[in-house]
Design a protein around this ligand. Sequence first.
Ligand SMILES: Cc1ncc(COP(=O)(O)O)c(C=O)c1O
Length: 460
Amino acid sequence: MALNPNEEFARDNVLRRAAEKARTYIEGLGERRVAPSHKDLENLANFREPFPNAPTDSMQVLEMLDSFGSPATIASTGGRYFGFVQGGTLPASLAANWLAGAWDQNAALRVMSPVAAELEEVALRWVTEALGLPQNCEGGLVTCATTANFTALVAARHALLAQAGWNVEDDGMFGAPPIRVIVGDEVHASMLKALRLAGFGKKRLVRVEVDGQGRMCANKLPPLNDRTILCVQAGNVNTGAFDPAAEICARAHEQNAWVHVDGAFGLWASVSPKYANLTAGFGHADSWATDAHKWPNVNYDSGIVLVKDGLALRSAMTMTAAYLEAGALREPMYHTPEASRRARGVELWAALKSLGREGLCSLIERTCAHAQRFAEGFQDAGFEVLNDVVINQVLVSFGSAEVTHEVIRAVQEDGTCWCGGTLWQGKSAMRVSVSSWATTQADVERSLEVILRIASKFSS
Ligand SMILES: Cc1ncc(COP(=O)(O)O)c(C=O)c1O
């Protein structure tokens, strides 16, 4: 290893070369296949070597990564990736990521990184404002919505058990007063995992009937009380539908139940006056989980948890040791399951600063309009759209389950765009999730043309 770090970085200009390669990668996204070719996947075998004995020059490491790694990526940061719910990365967010990479800050405590702590605090305040949540919320930046859901549940668990006279941090869950957890029948799998991790077994959950869009039927709620956690959803992963939060929150709070919102992507609809009616009432909940790596197009990973009762969150998450000196200001790690962590707030701040409320609103509205265009295109061609396209999610069936699967497989193989599959209330469908800032109308038309050409071949 070189003894002089400056020389090591300067030698061969490895950072400059990395920036050039990244630029070439991004410039090539418009024309390359979205999914890698078979050959690109085969080339991944080049990485399968024994742990090398001798050091390798940084430039060679970079060359290898670009030669065999870049082609084997999924071009999800381009304009024609419609899988799962994935945003691309905004230029400001990516640029911030590079600079923050050079900073290599540990965002656990303010004393470890004043700038990380500050930007995290500012970004959390902006998110709270953008989403129309109570301004005194406290929150943390975590990896993803799954962890955000988990974090919020652990805060809820603390608060409800404390009210019942039980200190869960001291006494644990064995023998604790039982907590009832209520979810909708179309709850996201990540919520179930988060509940499992927080000590609430799957079999103990009460599931509430949903309608054809996956919305919880408020009139089917079981009795609630002050030992109930009620999990609602802002944006179903398949349909994009929203639970009737206003009614549910009002009912829950009459009984002092805790309402948690899984708003992984849907909560961001509230920044648009056009879609804000869908998110009405979610601000009355007690905790929220969302992702900035989905609709706001912050680079991975960027999960966010917010809790109205900040003391509950901090009581559940704080860890102390003599050497981990806390200051008078907000300490990031008192709000998250992790201690050492990367400075996610830098990219979140950069993305929100670069977009502003107007940019975020336009991103939301643009992607929703693209989703509408997909839905119209499918319907005009005679295919069934299974959901009410309320935001950026479209479910389309091409006929039987077999035909739909064949179409999905062929679309993925073609490489022009990428869409995944799902099963919606017993019916197979292709999912089109328009979540990237980079998607243009031309991308939509080009993708639609390919999907319809493939579908007509299989369904004729
Ligand atoms: C409603 C909902 N909740 C949770 C998640 C999980 O998100 P993550 O993969 O960031 O944990 C998703 C992912 O799409 C989602 O749509």
